[in-house]
Design a protein around this ligand. Sequence first.
Ligand code: FMN
Length: 341
Amino acid sequence: MATLHTRFTAMLGVRHPVMQEGLGPYKTVHLAAAVSNAGGLGTVSIPGISEDPIAGAAKLRTYIEEACALTDFPFAVNVPVGADKHGHVLPFSAAYVSAVVDAVKDREIAKRLRAITTSAGPPSAARRLIENSGLIHIHKVGSTRQAIRAAQEGVDMIIASGYEAGGHTHARPVHTFVLGPSVTEAVACPVILAGGVRDGRGLAAALAFGAEAVALGTRFVASHDNPDWHPAYAARVVAAKEGEDIVFQALYGPSRALPSAGIDELALLEARAGVTEDELTQFKDLRLIAAQRDGDIEGGILPCGQIAGAINDLIHVAEFVPGIVREALAVLEQLRRLHAD
Ligand SMILES: Cc1cc2nc3c(=O)[nH]c(=O)nc-3n(C[C@H](O)[C@H](O)[C@H](O)COP(=O)(O)O)c2cc1C
């Protein structure tokens, strides 16, 4: 089958320049393995943001081992490394990064766990833990300035994630169409474009911007291959209308989600005198997990990208990943035919 060779596919040893990104904070072991088995790069997400760091790190290790049992192909783990509003990187971040770095000391795990993605804050502290681990360090940014800084810190690849992306987004809104070309011009390392991608047209556009892969979140949520989550979440994404998504104050700053009573309750809790950071973190964690694990689409919190408004079906990952590449190749061929002397 025809595919696209880029530095992303070469460095990671994957067949297709397509990535499923971190979708925390519950569990995406089966989805990650399905994406990797389909020739893309799947990502195992962290188990919770209010976990005791030692217990959380142990749980993440079991997730990594589960993923290794489900795929022989490369996969990644995502760890958000954002700070709270007081500038403190949350204690779980260092514990989770260390768990990933420790895991690749096992040679069987290291054959498959090839990359760590960091997100939600500067890569500096995590970089020191990751740099000699053998892992490919991919860092997610929302601005050209952050991309330049991450490249200077030595990360191997950058995910440029536009404001329309699901989940944690950016205090200063820069959309994918603006961010993509700016970041690829600004840094020499491979760039992966995220935010609003749903099919091969998005992949072709990303390549036109100079990116070497695409990373998708919301599109992979609406899938038949995410059995770790309650199916009500995927159904809610499919039902979402264009423009229905909202941005609310999440753990590290603004986050894009579908409206829910859970987000309204969060706003009330935030306004309550004397509420502590720990109480807020606990509330957010539990309501995010309630949506993902239990399908509580009312009381839960449902991160979701703008692209949900254009998603009308559930995908089968084994068909979708090669299919998006086939479609991108067809689009590129069609565009070539527009050329006229
Ligand atoms: C349900 C959900 C959970 C997410 N959780 C995380 C996370 O834990 N860490 C992270 O870096 N990004 C997270 N994101 C953002 C995605 O990794 C990705 O950047 C984003 O979904 C890409 O935009 P798209 O949704 O338009 O494809 C989440 C997104 C969604 C939809």
